[in-house]
Design a protein around this ligand. Structure first.
Ligand code: ATP
Ligand code: MG
Length: 574
């Protein structure tokens, strides 16, 4: 490829909305162009990287015995209504109507469609297992599309689905996919961890997320440096914490005028935040739920949703509070009663506390000297707090570490949730009808490209792992005006016959400094410079982007050396 022909319109001014590095560099290097929020054009450099990621995915997923298909993106509402997800997906789903008024969506995922498909054509145990996948655009009207390709509204996903006779079969498929995902992300050069996750709205049992560790990630990953424990913090049930304070003082109502946040109250009462109990009020489907955690803890909303089996979780509205007789800023369970549409759930660590402060259930009043186990009355007790950096590993007790992760993939044991809802059954050996046991497996292809940049860059630009670099090498003639330099650069470029599709010749009429800057920004793993040195000594300079290491070799040995360096980078997944 000649750099003068490359369609990569570079941006000098990066829009302020680009806050993460992958977004900035992809815009700057002319890899992507925004059309509207969360919807982008992939320009040639990005498209080449995406195709390389897809090729790795295809190779590894085909090895598991799965076959590639392509399903419709436009899907009828009916199949989504049958599983109940037409309602659950809410505003995140792009919906449309045809000319007859029939409703459709742009698929955010394909469980409904694949289950409908397999149901049509598979009826006997002899046809199982079935393992199918596709790579295509998905559509989610995300509340906050942001971070460029990391959270788009149109994005590329690889999604795979397996159908088995029984759970043992599913366990085998799951293991195959888990191992394939591990190989895929390793080959893409990512630093990642598979972590236990919550199965959330999609339903099912066991699930792992593949998290690329990076500060810009939106997930929190808790992992133990001493044992093999690793989980999304949403999926962790932390230990119940003891309370060092012992007290048999009776609870007392005190005035706290205007002190309506936990920090204000604790300040006012000279109490440590960890000796306070805070109230958060949710609406879980139709139920209002008062959740109580220690002042220095946060509620694990995913766990709360699971405990109540709710499809939708939201903060309670002012009307909800008024209806339940709750005074915002001053709420506690004391004197309240659970009903069919109002529940009180208290974190287990709160029940260990003594001499705590909490809301007084009237404006400008708080209770002090509260012993929740004694004073809270009839409440539901569950572990509903998030684990945090002060906690220990729930498995082995060693101090836990928490890091940010970018979810690049996820594998689920779905079980029979979708096959039952959509009647996807088979006849077993005894002629008895059974629901198929399903698994589903997703990879964010476009997000994986962004994650690779988040993990691997410097102040000058992208440092691609060689396997997914748009091009593997660039040849930079330092001075275009010098015909001998240009001729040498062309002859080297021509020498890369079999690798020619991986090499760029920067033939642009630009200063050497600009070419070097662009080479670093685009992140070619290897750069060859033909300039003054070559004229003086016959040597060209090879520079490795990742290490900054430079090597001088005679022009006629250059190709072989470059091939050796690239092979070495490939072998080390760097
Ligand atoms: P998230 O929690 O980040 O919203 P998700 O768990 O809803 O993602 P899945 O349904 O598991 O996503 O989709 C499979 C994969 O698709 C994810 O692991 C992620 O890599 C990718 N993905 C999901 N949503 C987006 C998005 N808005 N933009 C880009 N990639 C996405
Ligand atoms: Mg997911």
């Amino acid at each position: 490829m000649l750099a003068s022909r490359l369609y990569s319109p570079t941006l000098r001014e990066i829009p302020a909305e680009a806050v993460v590095i992958s977004h900035k560099y992809m815009l700057k290097a002319g890899m992507i162009r925004k059309i509207v929020g969360g919807i982008y054009v992939y320009l040639p450099l990005a498209w080449r990287t995406l195709q390389k990621i897809e090729a790795i995915i295809r190779e590894e997923i085909n090895k598991t015995g799965a076959q590639e298909i392509q399903m419709p993106i436009i899907q009828p509402a009916e199949i989504w209504q049958q599983t109940g997800r037409w309602a659950v997906y809410g505003d995140e789903m792009f919906r449309l109507q045809d000319r007859h008024g029939r409703q459709y969506c742009l698929a955010p995922t394909h469980e409904e469609m694949i289950t409908t498909l397999v149901h049509m054509d598979t009826s006997s145990y002899k046809q199982l297992p079935v393992s199918l996948y596709q790579i295509q655009n998905k559509y989610r009207d995300e509340l906050r599309p942001r971070f460029g390709l990391m959270r788009g509204r149109e994005f590329i996903m690889k999604d795979g689905y397996t159908f088995d006779k029984d759970w043992e079969g599913l366990d085998r498929q799951y293991k195959l996919m888990y191992d394939a995902y591990t190989r895929i992300f390793t080959r893409c050069g990512l630093h990642f961890r598979p972590v236990l996750a919550d199965s959330g709205a999609i339903g099912g049992s066991t699930t792992h997320e593949f998290e690329a560790l990076a500060d810009s990630g939106e997930a929190d990953v808790a992992y133990c440096p001493h044992c093999d424990f690793a989980a999304n913090t949403e999926a962790v049930v932390p230990n119940t914490l003891p309370c060092a304070v012992r007290s048999d003082k009776e609870k007392e109502l005190v005035a706290t005028p205007g002190q309506h946040t936990i920090e204000m109250v604790c300040d006012y009462l000279h109490a440590p935040v960890s000796q306070s109990v805070k109230a958060v009020v949710y609406k879980l489907d139709d139920k209002v739920v008062l959740a109580m955690v220690r002042g220095d803890h946060e509620v694990n909303e995913v766990r709360l949703q699971n405990i109540y089996g709710a499809s939708i979780i939201a903060m309670a509205s002012d009307e909800d509070l008024a209806r339940c007789g709750l005074t915002a800023g001053y709420i506690s369970p004391i004197g309240l009663h659970r009903t069919d549409d109002f529940d009180i759930v208290v974190d287990a660590s709160v029940m260990e506390m003594q001499d705590a402060c909490c809301g007084g259930n009237q404006k400008d009043m708080h209770y002090i000297h509260v012993n929740p186990a004694r004073d809270f009355g009839d409440v539901r007790v569950e572990t509903i707090r998030m684990i945090n950096a002060d906690d220990v590993c729930p498995k082995c007790g060693a101090p836990i570490e928490i890091k940010k992760g970018i979810e690049v993939g996820q594998v689920f044991k779905l079980g029979t949730k979708y096959s039952e809802a959509l009647g996807c059954t088979y006849l077993d050996q005894n002629g008895k009808s059974q629901p198929m046991v399903m698994g589903c497996y997703g990879i964010g292809v476009s997000r994986t490209m962004a994650a690779a940049i988040e993990q691997s860059h410097d102040d000058d630009g992208i440092i691609w792992p060689v396997a997914i670099a748009p091009y593997e090498a660039v040849i930079v003639p330092a001075n275009n005006k010098d015909e001998t330099v240009m001729a040498a650069a062309r002859s080297l470029y021509d020498a890369f016959e079999e690798k020619s599709d991986e090499v760029v010749l920067d033939d642009r009429n630009e200063r050497a400094g600009i070419k070097f800057k662009d080479a670093d920004l685009i992140g070619y793993p290897v750069r060859v410079t033909i300039g003054k040195k070559w004229q003086e000594s016959g040597n060209v300079e090879i520079r490795i982007r990742r290490t900054g290491e430079t090597i001088e070799v005679p022009l006629d040995a250059c190709k072989e050396k470059v091939m050796e360096i690239l092979a070495d980078l490939h072998a080390r997944n760097q």
